[in-house]
Design a protein around this ligand. Structure first.
Ligand SMILES: C[S@@+](CC[C@H](N)C(=O)[O-])C[C@H]1O[C@@H](n2cnc3c(N)ncnc32)[C@H](O)[C@@H]1O
Length: 418
């Protein structure tokens, strides 16, 4: 990356062209793709766009350094201008200085993860190899539940094992050093095998400005769980999804003060990122997600933003399909009366693996599908199923990952009249 905005734009243009060609020229797919709508392209800032990044720790003669893998080799990273400003200018130098100075922080450390925000406030996660017997499963569970390692067991004779009380004291010193450069501060989290010792919180709070939303949206984001990595582009994604949902509201419901009179179903809702931003556009929203910690965070985020018309359920997309077909009943959905919803729009934002046949069959029943995809290959496979009933009406490329081949897509699929 050379950081010049000219080269950024040229790279993005090439990426979008490749994406369009991929959809039009795909083997056996050309016939229904030739009439693609023009791609709406949403740029990233050319620098300091990544809110989250992970670095390996490479120990060499000059002391530990940050490293990233490139093919089979490791590249030392001295400066990382793709990382957010606070990550690049404050956190990375402070953490490196601390781990060079403090054996307690350095011993068995193999990775450092940064999670930052536009609002201010960060998490620095230090990941350690386990140098000791972790004890019985029951004991591990107890420790995990407390989210602390009050008396972390150490290797016999090794008084410097990770995550001891002495480690915590060193983490507190690191936290204080970071606060000198960044008054919003950082939490320091030591992690070993799913267990964590936390100095501060294992979460951050973000605020996003979304076109059409009068107040900034406030989100809690959990350390170690999914959230959109490029906050500036995430703001575009949320604004686009709102515009797409409202654009032809009159076709299905009646537009009342820029909101629909029908309801939204969301699958793969994560921490409520889309649900919260889309709630004012709909009468009601039913949002579902597999991971309990994310569902709990999504509920909190709905509260933060007065999104009182959103209900959440912890079910997988496949389970929801079964519930909607009436083939299974879930205790986890007992607070939801599906028959009370007027669901005409469904929004999906699946992981890289895409939707699969069971979920596509559910989606095919909806007049409108908003499909956010981090993997154009699986989007195309899913569309092979959905093309029987739906055509692509809008298509967007969100440049979440500048200077890589990856691109996030948004597609509005509308059911063809029969
Ligand atoms: C790409 S993330 C999108 C999250 C959210 N839309 C956002 O913008 O932050 C995909 C989400 O799907 C969830 N997930 C993965 N497999 C799932 C499944 N089979 N059913 C429901 N949710 C699933 C993950 O836990 C993750 O939160």
């Amino acid at each position: 990356m050379n950081g010049s905005s000219g080269s950024y734009k040229a790279e993005l243009q090439a990426k979008v062209q490749a994406l369009e060609a991929f959809f039009v020229d795909g083997a056996g797919l050309a016939a229904s793709f030739v009439a693609l709508p023009p791609t709406e392209v949403f740029e990233s800032p050319p620098e300091h766009f990544r809110m989250k990044a992970e670095f390996g720790i490479w120990n060499h003669d000059g002391g530990p350094s940050y490293a990233m893998s490139s093919g089979k080799s490791q590249i030392v990273v001295d400066r990382y201008p793709m990382g957010s400003r606070v990550m690049c200018d404050t956190l990375m130098p402070a953490v490196l200085e601390a781990i060079r100075a403090e054996e307690l922080l350095r011993a068995h450390l193999f990775q450092v993860n940064f999670h930052t925000t536009l609002r201010g406030g960060s998490i620095v996660s230090l990941l350690y190899h386990t140098p000791y017997d972790r004890g019985s499963r029951r004991e591990r569970n107890r420790i995990q539940a407390e989210n602390r390692l009050a008396e972390a067991p150490t290797l016999e004779g090794d008084t410097k094992g990770p995550l001891t009380d002495d480690w915590e004291a060193a983490a507190v010193r690191l936290q204080a050093a970071i606060a000198i450069g960044d008054p919003a501060g950082a939490s320091i989290v030591g992690r070993i095998h799913g267990m964590a010792r936390v100095v501060g919180h294992d979460w951050v709070e973000e605020e996003l400005e979304v076109v059409g939303v009068p107040k900034r949206l406030r989100y809690r984001q959990l350390g170690g769980f999914f959230c959109q990595p490029n906050a500036a582009v995430c703001q575009h994604m949320l604004a686009w999804a709102r515009a797409v949902c409202l654009a032809d509201a009159a076709e299905i419901g009646t537009v009342v003060e820029a909101s629909r009179e029908d309801d939204l179903l969301e699958l793969y809702c994560g921490n409520g990122n889309f649900a919260v931003a889309l709630a004012p556009c709909f009468r009601r929203v039913l949002a579902t997600e597999l991971v309990k910690a994310l569902v709990d965070t999504a509920k909190l985020n709905a509260e933060y933003n007065d999104a009182t018309n959103v209900a959440f359920a912890r079910v997988s997309a496949e389970e929801l399909a079964q519930a909607m077909q009436g083939t299974r009943v879930f205790e986890r959905m007992k607070h939801i009366s599906l028959e009370e919803y007027r669901l005409n729009t469904v929004l999906v934002d699946p992981p890289r693996a895409g939707l699969g046949p069971e979920v596509c069959a559910l989606l095919a029943q909806f007049p409108r599908i908003v499909y956010i995809s981090c993997n154009p290959e699986t989007l195309r496979v899913d569309f092979e199923m959905l093309r029987e009933t739906h055509g692509i009406q809008r298509m967007a490329a969100f440049d979440q990952f500048p200077y890589t081949d990856h691109v996030e897509m948004g597609v509005l699929l509308v059911r063809r009249a029969t």
